[in-house]
Design a protein around this ligand. Structure first.
Ligand code: V0V
Ligand code: CO
Length: 140
């Protein structure tokens, strides 16, 4: 059901500082910046590679407020890897297939994600402590 790793999400306190670090240290390039009020984040996508199933990215995440998913994560665990986003062809189908295996969905229906994607999260407690995101990239 997974086509590739679409992105790895990284929680940080200061998005601009972290972008500067990734650009100057690794030569990665920012291809998108968005504020997602529903998810409580300001985020940037940095392109890593292109593959058969599509591109892969690093997603840098800064919380809009302390009382958000990323804000709570930062206060409990500090900066670091927050989630893995897997590319899927059909997010609604992937949600149904995975829920049928007994993994709790955080989202009952797909949400709006970065760069026009449809996304849904799986509960980390059912995935061995890994917050897992399904990502359906828009077709052109
Ligand atoms: C929390 N926990 C995590 C975790 N966040 N475990 C692994 N990875 C994470 N990122 C653990 C936490 O340590 C607790 O374990 C338990 O889950 C409950 O956490 P909590 O702090 O009490 O927080 P909750 O329950 O209020 O919320 C946790 C969940 C929440 C995962 C339900 O963060 C959520 O809904 N996340 C999905 C949305 C999201 O993360 N959006 C931001 C990215 P113990 O201490 O009880 O053992 S937005 C994005 O990626 C976009 C837009 C995109 O890609 O396009
Ligand atoms: Co993400």
């Amino acid at each position: 059901v997974f086509q590739r790793i679409d992105h790895v999400g990284i929680a940080c306190h200061n998005l601009e500082e972290k972008i500067e670090f990734y650009e100057s240290t690794f030569g990665l390039v920012v291809v998108s910046r968005e504020v997602n009020e529903e998810q409580g984040v300001r985020e940037a996508m940095l392109h890593v590679a292109d593959g058969d199933g599509g591109a892969s990215y690093i997603q840098l995440l800064e919380p809009l407020h302390p009382d958000t998913a990323v804000g709570k994560y930062l206060s409990k665990r500090g900066e670091g890897v927050h989630h893995i986003g897997y590319g899927v062809a059909d997010v609604a189908k992937a949600m149904a297939d995975i829920a049928a295996k007994g993994v709790r969905l955080i989202d009952e229906r797909p949400r709006h994600g970065s760069m026009g994607a449809s996304i849904a999260f799986l509960h980390p407690k059912d995935v061995g402590g890994v917050l897992t995101e399904l990502v359906e990239t828009p077709r052109h």
